[in-house]
Ligand binder design. Structure first.
Ligand code: CMC
Length: 379
């Protein structure tokens, strides 16, 4: 039997062959199906990008209109799911609410027909359509309000902001939000995508696939970092405090949230685009001192840790955008999930096309032939 070297975190070990996205971490390049992220952020919409990721090509006009129509007309969630969500504790984290609600879809759509393209499309449409409604519904219900019905006249992102804030958003806010969704939609073999592919490989239903990916995304080393970035900026409080905060954290070996990446050794291209979105937002809606703190952090961390390839990642500036939109901090990661569901579904579909169940190995370093000690003789 071949003996393999153990790589903690599976660093550098390919877990799949994939044509969905590509990261060049030395040159700061991200492509979805070969198209640069900068071009998609400028020219595409989230739903068009989701279509590209899942079906491999940009849709033509009719295909896009049909897809948008399908997603828009499936945005309402079942009243029993709404009622179930009403029982969730309002102090619970919205990521946990989302994971439970996404899994609950499997109760209602339990038929599993993984070889049927119609089944695949229905599941894709339902998940893309329902996830934002669930996030907005939990936000309103935990405040004691009824959820807002999706608005047929509004597109994907504008409708989400409408359901969240109970009013139609400014078109610039809706566009910027849509670009954020494009930026976070897919990112090769990250932890939640790996989790989605492992779950998919057992041939379970797509709701279980997305629920397990949501659970994985929530941790602070992955999607949960965007929440912690804002807490860190608030704790720093002023530009003058940045350098002492960084020196102190370095001494204590504390990590800077929103910095560092397994693959990027330069600034994440999504962070650069998000920074330009922050500036557009501030130009119209007023400046935020936390942006000055963030920029100073970027400067000082580059000075101190640039040699290790520690630069801002996608989570560093996304929180500032959402904060300026008035979105509560604990919704940042569920919003990441709204977007990343497109990538997870693309990987689900790709996994099914050439499936083999994931069953890696381990290096056992425990003992052998150890005797069973009766309970009365144990220390
Ligand atoms: N702050 C300070 N030092 C860092 C950081 C950081 N954020 N990230 C990595 N390092 C250092 C680390 O101390 C180590 O130094 P040394 O070699 O001297 O021991 C070196 O860089 C390599 O670190 P690593 O732990 O081997 O890196 P990794 O590839 O296992 O971890 C990471 C990647 C993203 C988990 C890590 O950079 C991190 O914890 N970042 C903060 C959390 C964060 O922002 N997560 C979001 C990631 S991007 C979006 C997403 O995936 O959701």
């Amino acid at each position: 039997m071949m003996v393999c070297e153990f790589k903690p975190g599976l660093e550098g070990i390919p877990a799949a062959q994939s044509s969905i996205s590509n990261v060049d971490g030395q040159n700061g390049i991200l492509e979805y199906r070969g198209i640069r992220i900068e071009e998609l952020a400028e020219k595409s919409t989230f739903l068009e990008t989701a279509y590209l990721l899942i079906w491999g090509e940009l849709p033509n006009k009719e295909e896009l209109e049909a897809f948008e129509h399908e997603v828009h007309s499936h945005r309402r969630i079942k009243y029993r799911i709404r009622d179930m969500m009403k029982c969730f504790p309002e102090s619970g984290h919205p990521m946990d609410a989302l994971q439970a609600s996404a899994a609950a879809l499997g109760l209602f759509y339990s038929r599993r027909d993984l070889h049927n393209p119609i089944y695949i499309r229905d599941a894709v449409v339902r998940l893309l359509a329902n996830i934002p409604t669930m996030v907005a519904a939990f936000q309103l219900m935990r405040k004691g309000n009824d959820p807002v019905r999706p608005c047929d006249d509004l597109d994907y992102s504008a409708n989400f902001l409408y359901m969240l804030n109970e009013k139609e958003p400014d078109p610039l806010l809706a566009r910027i939000f849509d670009v954020c969704l494009i930026l976070q939609a897919e990112h090769t073999m990250n932890a939640s995508t790996f989790s989605a592919r492992v779950t998919a490989s057992t041939l379970t239903d797509p709701y279980a696939v997305v629920a397990s990916a949501v659970g994985t995304l929530g941790g602070p080393l992955h999607g949960g970092a965007n929440e912690e970035v804002i807490q860190m900026l608030e704790e720093i409080g002023s530009v003058e405090n940045v350098r002492p905060y960084i020196d102190d954290s370095l001494q204590r070996n504390v990590r800077f949230m929103g910095f560092g990446h397994r693959v990027y050794k330069v600034k994440d291209p999504r962070a650069t685009i998000l920074q330009s979105l922050v500036e557009q937002l501030f130009a119209k809606f007023g400046h935020d001192k936390y942006y000055d703190i963030a920029q100073e952090m970027e400067r000082v961390i580059e000075e101190k840790l640039g040699h290790k390839g520690i630069y801002p990642n996608v989570d560093f500036y996304s929180g500032l955008v959402y904060r300026k939109m008035g979105i509560p901090t604990d919704l940042f990661t569920p919003i990441f999930a709204i977007s990343r569901v497109a990538g997870w579904l693309a990987h689900w579909k790709e996994q099914l096309e050439e499936n083999r169940i994931f069953r890696p190995t381990q290096i056992y370093n425990g003992r052998h032939d150890h005797p069973y000690t009766p309970i009365e003789q144990r220390a």
